[in-house]
Design a protein. Structure first.
Length: 380
């Protein structure tokens, strides 16, 4: 009889415990929902200093211009001596920029994307999977690979077409001159050298040597990598500009100082890569540099314009930040590892044959660039 009562008592206590846990869990969910609503509610910006925001536009404009055009001007001052002091400075700046780009992706973009995708301001569907940032980053890298493959395949087809045309033109010229030169038909093929270049700079073996923007396959890949690199930087720049334009006064000064260094270092990174395009005129470097210079100030101007009716905690803005940062991270990581590190270091015969001291200086400058950008990640 006692055991039966004990069983009833234990059963009652067990049911009571389950009810208590369920009530606590329900209360916790209600509390979490209330906390999420409070966290995602629009926060009015008090004492919004408009003059400081307008001033920041010009500060960032000037800093970005110095960062990107300093290496471009230094490279284009004539005469330029390969292996000279300026060449060594630009080489160090190039590897410094590689470190900056890597750290920008790893420290500034990917962690922020992970944080945004975990925001309580997003719907449950977005927060049900913890690796959306990695997914979008991966998709960006896959997309870039397909774009590069399509572009290079088109370049190969164009080269083959022009090579066949060059062979036909060469054979026609030889046939027309046969009556005058008495060349034997059996030697006609020998007159067309497999490595002879025509006026278009295209050899008959199908390799393109254009005198314009795309000199060869390697140059085409390098140029494409620079354009893709700038795309990733511009996507991130407009987001950080909007963030600066809508932040409160307590964080504004710290964020502005951080972005000044951020834009300066990124400008050096992009400017040294623009030099590798080998443009003869100032037009293309000026256009590319101008896009970099104005993008963050445009973001700041947008932030100023929408700050009164804008909430940085809104789900749509948080999601846009998360996706753009993820895509930008994928673009920069792909560019850094494929175009900047693999091609220019591991697969660069000249770099491999360079003195050990020079290689050590290049690697050290790359690590310093990455370290400085990683340090800036403490504040932004």
């Amino acid at each position: 009889m006692l055991s039966t009562k004990s069983s009833y008592l234990l059963g009652f206590l067990f049911l009571a415990l389950i009810s208590l846990v369920q009530a606590q869990h329900s209360h916790g969910d209600d509390h979490d929902e209330e906390s999420a609503e409070e966290a995602c509610a629009a926060e009015p910006l008090e004492d919004y200093n408009l003059s400081m925001r307008i001033g920041s536009i010009f500060i960032i404009l000037a800093t970005s211009a110095v960062g990107i055009f300093a290496p471009i001007i230094l490279f284009r001052i004539r005469p330029f001596k390969a292996g000279g002091v300026r060449d060594q400075i630009l080489t160090v700046g190039k590897f410094f920029g590689t470190g900056v780009i890597l750290a920008t992706a790893f420290i500034h973009m990917l962690p922020e994307a992970l944080e945004h995708f975990d925001s309580p301001c997003l719907s449950e569907g977005w927060r049900s999977y913890h690796a959306f940032a990695g997914v979008f980053c991966m998709l960006a890298s896959f997309g870039l690979q397909l774009i590069e493959l399509a572009a290079l395949s088109n370049l190969d087809a164009l080269a083959k077409k022009r090579a066949l045309a060059a062979q036909a033109d060469g054979a026609k010229l030889d046939i027309e001159g046969l009556a005058y030169s008495k060349v034997e038909p059996s030697k006609l093929q020998e007159s067309v050298s497999p490595h002879e270049h025509n006026h278009d700079g295209i050899s008959t073996d199908g390799h393109v040597h254009t005198a314009g923007f795309l000199e060869n396959d390697d140059k085409a890949m390098q140029n494409m990598g620079t354009l893709i690199l700038e795309l990733g930087i511009l996507m991130h720049s407009i987001i950080i500009g909007i963030t600066l334009g809508t932040t409160d006064n307590d964080e504004f000064t710290t964020l502005l100082i951080t972005l000044v260094f951020h834009q300066f270092f990124e400008g050096i990174a992009l400017g040294t890569r623009i030099n590798d395009l080998g443009c003869k005129s100032w037009l293309k470097p000026t256009i590319m540099g101008s896009f970099f210079i104005i993008m963050t100030p445009i973001g700041v101007a947008i932030g100023i314009g929408i700050h009164s009716a804008f909430s940085s905690n809104s789900g749509s803005f948080v999601l846009a930040q998360a996706i753009l940062d993820s895509l930008s991270a994928g673009i920069l990581l792909y560019s850094a590892y494929i175009s900047l590190m693999s091609i220019e270091i591991n697969h660069n015969v000249a770099f491999r044959k360079s003195p050990t001291t020079q290689k050590a200086i290049c690697f050290l400058s790359m690590y310093i660039g990455a370290g400085l950008m990683a340090l800036l990640g403490k504040w932004a």
